[in-house]
Design a protein around this ligand. Structure first.
Ligand code: ACO
Length: 377
């Protein structure tokens, strides 16, 4: 047994993987060896998901087949929609998503994780159905009926359609698609690890994905994008940024959307999101939040840059979703809609050479204590 305790497992490898790569000092992120900037510019979510899952770019026919499979599995059972209707409409959408993803496992017999064909179907179902669940909750909590998915639309366009029942605008679709590409995978992050711990027990893939959704929901991970917009709204104006941020730093309070366990420079996904945001504002009008965010970045880097604290992916994503008219608490579910591709790629990889995760702890309590009868305590 190793005797060094490493808090938060920082720097401790928990697996070997060919799926993605980060160089946190140089600000490099690659999926299957392909730089994220290239994928953001040239690929689509469907193609990127295929690349992550099966380790190569699909040929035309393979992509068409994968896309077709996704389109044909978008619908969810009435029971899932009924479940959403039964849960409080004041719930956080991530809690709804976690419950519904676990509930998907009650409909599909995926308990034999050695069955490769069933595993393939599970991966398709999860990627195809998460957007439907997220959009359905949004509709139901507003008192509307869920909008049926449309087979003639791409993954991103269909998601925007199901959210709004309006024909999606091409720029919004492209921006949503790039956001899904950017969030699809990120090496051994907390939610992927959480999912893999569940996977290592040979639990079914719906339990794997619902565990990962739960892990993603926290504000130190995927929940940060929501917190960033809350903070920017609270700051309210560019002039108030410096005193606000300096007070957080003085009080040693975490600033949301900055800092990262691996990146010690600016997250390479953040400038891509910034460019998307600027494109969006040039077409749909400026966002005061963006000006506040740029100033927050300046003040944070001035004070904390030497410690390697720079904006992470969550810093600019929320501003983009806000401008697209998406409600604040749906930002993290959108992260999940995308990251499920990475979770499933890791799940398939782990199923090839699984070993149960069963780490150690260092016991710091006492030993051999006597039992004290209740009346003498
Ligand atoms: N604001 C202020 N200071 C920070 C921040 C921050 N956001 N992040 C780290 N620091 C400081 C810490 O106070 C600490 O300073 P010290 O050495 O003087 O005590 C130092 O940087 C190291 O901090 P750790 O907590 O050890 O760093 P860790 O690797 O555990 O934290 C984390 C990574 C959790 C992401 C952190 O940066 C954070 O809380 N950020 C805000 C939440 C956030 O944006 N999360 C999204 C991450 S990206 C994603 O999951 C998609």
């Amino acid at each position: 047994m190793a005797d060094a305790y490493v808090p938060g497992l920082e720097g401790v490898p928990v697996t070997e993987s060919k799926i993605s790569f980060i160089d946190g000092k140089k600000g490099i992120l690659e999926y299957r060896g392909v730089p994220i900037q290239v994928l953001a510019e040239k690929s689509t979510f469907e193609e990127t998901a295929y690349l992550l899952l099966w380790g190569k770019f699909p040929a035309r026919g393979e992509l068409e087949q994968f896309d077709q499979e996704l389109r044909s599995h978008r619908r969810v059972k009435y029971g899932i929609l009924d479940l959403i209707k039964c849960l409080p409409n004041t719930s956080h959408p991530m809690d709804i998503l976690q419950a519904c993803v676990a509930a998907l496992g009650t409909y599909y017999s995926a308990r034999d994780v050695a069955d490769k064909e069933e595993n393939h179907r599970s991966v398709i179902r999860l990627i195809a159905k998460l957007p439907t669940i997220v959009a359905a909750f949004e509709r139901i909590r507003r008192g509307d009926e869920p909008v049926r998915p449309r087979d003639d639309l791409s993954h991103s366009a269909n998601f925007l359609w199901m959210l709004t029942e309006r024909e999606p605008d091409p720029l919004a679709v492209r921006i949503m698609d790039v956001c899904l590409v950017l969030h699809a995978e990120h090496t051994m992050n907390a939610s992927t690890f959480g999912g893999l711990v569940t996977a290592s027990t040979l639990a079914n893939p719906y339990s794997v994905a619902s565990s990962a959704v739960g892990v993603l929901s926290g504000p130190l991970h995927g929940g940060a994008n929501e917190e960033v917009v809350i903070m920017l709204r609270e700051i309210g104006s560019v002039e108030k940024v410096r005193p606000y941020i300096e007070e957080l730093i003085r009080a040693k309070t975490r600033i949301m959307g900055v800092g990262h366990r691996v990146y010690k420079v600016k997250d390479p996904r953040a400038p891509i999101l910034q460019r998307l945001a600027e494109q969006l504002f040039s077409q749909k009008g400026e966002s005061p939040l963006y000006r506040i965010a740029s100033e927050v970045e300046r003040v944070v880097v001035e004070h904390l840059g030497a410690k390697g604290i720079y904006p992470n992916v969550d810093f600019y994503s929320g501003i983009v979703y806000d401008k697209l008219g998406i409600p604040l608490d749906q930002f993290t579910p959108i992260f999940a809609i995308s990251r499920v591709a990475g979770w499933m790629a890791h799940w398939l990889e782990q199923m090839e050479r699984n070993r149960l995760f069963r780490p150690e702890e260092i016991y710091t309590g006492e030993h051999d204590l006597p039992y004290i009868p209740l009346e003498r305590r």
